[in-house]
Design a protein around this ligand. Structure first.
Ligand code: FAD
Ligand code: MLT
Ligand code: ZN
Length: 508
């Protein structure tokens, strides 16, 4: 069921035509507060005098109050959550952010920090009338040290723009994801985004060298160092990596960019079952070693629906599972030979049924486009319940099979795909439309199953608005209490991104 009219267009990447989705006004999501039964906390209510004050800090056009202009900032990318904000503020400098937060804190006005609004757990949109603090206009690159690879920029820089910039200097950004054309580096840091090459370049706790953040009371915290080593006390930058805008607002970032690989090759393989994928992963680690940069999987349901819904072309035919293996190295002949040998040995042993290896940029782009488009492909068929979990690799695919069994009497498709190298599987359940009954069939069941494996209920997308009530499946009470204590100490009035991440924070 394709939703025809166009109200919102989510264009994730100029180069990714498949990732453009159009939605009808009739398809506006229900308000999150009604859908999930949330009560407004006792924050201040924004008054005309507040708007006047914001206009003295920002110019008039950077205080957005027109209802239709505000609407896209209230709705998340998967059209699951919808807030009721009346105003979007668009600062250009850290000092403006500081003045806004200091004022909001003094009036107990709640704030929802927002980057590219590509988050998948409802963290980036308000729940009630929180003020949206949007970073689109804080998009300057400040410096790049070509020797160390340290890039310093403002938090509203779009990831793909940063990558294009550093590529001209023989460097790459240490992370890459399907949302790169829209997501901001500040949003990436706030969610501790993983992405497609975490296996090779590690997570942002390692790559972020320093940052500047503004606390809820407007205090500017300058941790913007570009040093690799700095053991002078607590590593405060880590508080802001993955805290989803609940402890402070990231305004500037220093990040380490690895060298641009001289040779990139990509293999796309058809595989009979998940067990064979695990065997291939073991072999990839030993035979591709230091050049292995990504090891991704997708099942037939994911790939066939994506290819069909978005009219893409699959370079190999129909198989139960697909594996995508990428190498980043320094010798094109050597690397692609290694990957081709991996393919032929895989075929000889029956682990790979068919496959293709390429180093041609256009062909690689086509294959990556199929993988990156899975996230949105289901949106063209109806409503997507989205899960993002870490479980031990030997159990990785079991959850998909369990869900298919559980949903066998319902009209539902279950896609299983993800970052095998990180033990992180994404499960999208596509149904014609959202119903409370389906919701209760899926949740908390899926989180209970994850807990049985001692897994994580959120591997990379965060907790946001959708998962605070389930966080205890992955965090024990003492850890949660410390999180609440940190929240109270850094944001005593609870104005930063309320209703997100932490459950049960009394009246804040
Ligand atoms: P937003 O969605 O705007 O915000 C996300 C959270 O960060 C919110 O809680 C928000 O309040 C907070 N925030 C944003 N900016 C700031 C700031 N400056 N200071 C403080 N808090 C802030 N995620 C992955 O991890 N790996 C993937 O591979 C991946 N692929 C994706 C593919 C697609 C097609 C899509 C749509 C999403 C994907 N995501 C992925 C999810 C999403 O893109 C990431 O979470 C991304 O990091 C969000 O960045 P953003 O700028 O859009 O942040
Ligand atoms: C991905 O790996 O494609 C992203 O995390 C988005 C998704 O979960 O679909
Ligand atoms: Zn992912």
């Amino acid at each position: 069921m394709i939703k025809p009219l166009s109200l919102f267009i989510f264009n994730l990447s100029k180069s990714n035509i498949a990732a453009q989705f159009k939605f009808a006004s009739s398809a506006l999501p229900q308000f999150s507060s009604e859908k999930y039964g949330v009560k407004r906390k006792s924050f201040g209510v924004i008054q005309p005098t507040d708007i006047d004050y914001f206009k003295t800090i920002l110019s008039e056009e950077r205080v957005v109050t027109d209802e239709s202009d505000v609407l896209p900032f209230n709705i998340d990318w998967i059209k699951n959550c919808r807030g009721q904000s009346k105003v979007v503020l668009k600062p250009k400098t850290t000092e403006e952010v500081s003045k806004i937060l200091s004022y909001c804190n003094s009036k107990r006005l709640a704030v929802c920090p927002q980057g590219g609004n590509t988050g998948l757990v409802g963290g980036s949109v308000p729940v009630f009338d929180e003020i949206v603090l949007n970073f689109n206009l804080m998009n300057n690159i400040i410096s790049l040290d070509e020797i160390s690879g340290a890039l310093v920029c403002e938090s509203g820089c779009v990831l793909e723009n940063l990558d294009n910039y550093v590529r001209d200097h023989n460097l790459i950004m240490p992370l890459d994801l399907g949302a790169k054309g829209s997501c901001h580096i500040g949003g990436n840091i706030s969610t501790n985004a993983g992405g497609l090459r975490l296996l090779r370049y590690g997570n942002l706790h390692g790559s972020v060298l320093g940052l500047e953040a503004v606390k809820a009371d407007g205090t500017i915290l300058d941790c913007l160092r570009t040093l690799k080593k700095d053991n002078t006390g607590y590593h405060l930058k880590h508080l802001f990596i993955g805290s989803e805008g609940t402890l402070g607002v990231v305004t500037k970032v220093a990040i380490h960019c690895p060298a641009l690989p001289k040779a990139v090759s990509l293999g796309f393989f058809g595989v009979k079952n998940f067990e064979n994928i695990l065997e291939l992963y073991k072999r990839a680690k030993s035979s591709l070693g230091e050049i292995l940069s990504a090891f991704e999987m997708a099942d037939n349901e994911s790939i066939s629906s994506t290819v069909k819904n978005l009219k893409l072309s699959n370079p190999i035919s129909d198989y139960p599972f697909y594996v995508l293996v990428e190498t980043h190295g320094s010798d094109e002949v050597h690397d692609s030979e290694k990957l081709s040998r991996f393919l032929s040995e895989g075929m000889d042993s029956g682990l790979i049924l068919d496959g293709t290896v390429t180093s041609e940029p256009a062909k690689m782009k086509n294959i990556w486009n199929i993988r990156e488009s899975i996230a949105g492909a289901g949106l063209l068929e109806g409503y997507t319940f989205k899960y993002d979990v870490s479980i031990p690799l030997r159990n990785y695919y079991e959850l998909v099979e369990l869900l298919r069994k559980r949903l066998r009497d319902h009209t539902a498709k279950v896609y299983g795909y993800g970052h095998v190298g990180d033990g992180n599987i994404h499960i999208n359940v596509i149904v014609p439309e959202y119903t409370k009954q389906l919701y209760s069939i899926l949740e908390p069941y899926i989180f209970e199953e994850v807990a049985k494996f001692r897994g994580s209920i959120s591997a990379e997308h965060g907790v946001g608005f959708r998962k605070p009530q389930f966080i205890h499946y992955s965090k024990d009470e003492s850890a949660l209490q410390l999180m609440r204590d940190m929240k109270k100490s850094m944001d005593p009035n609870g104005i930063l991104n309320p209703y997100k991440v932490l459950p049960d924070v009394p009246n804040i």
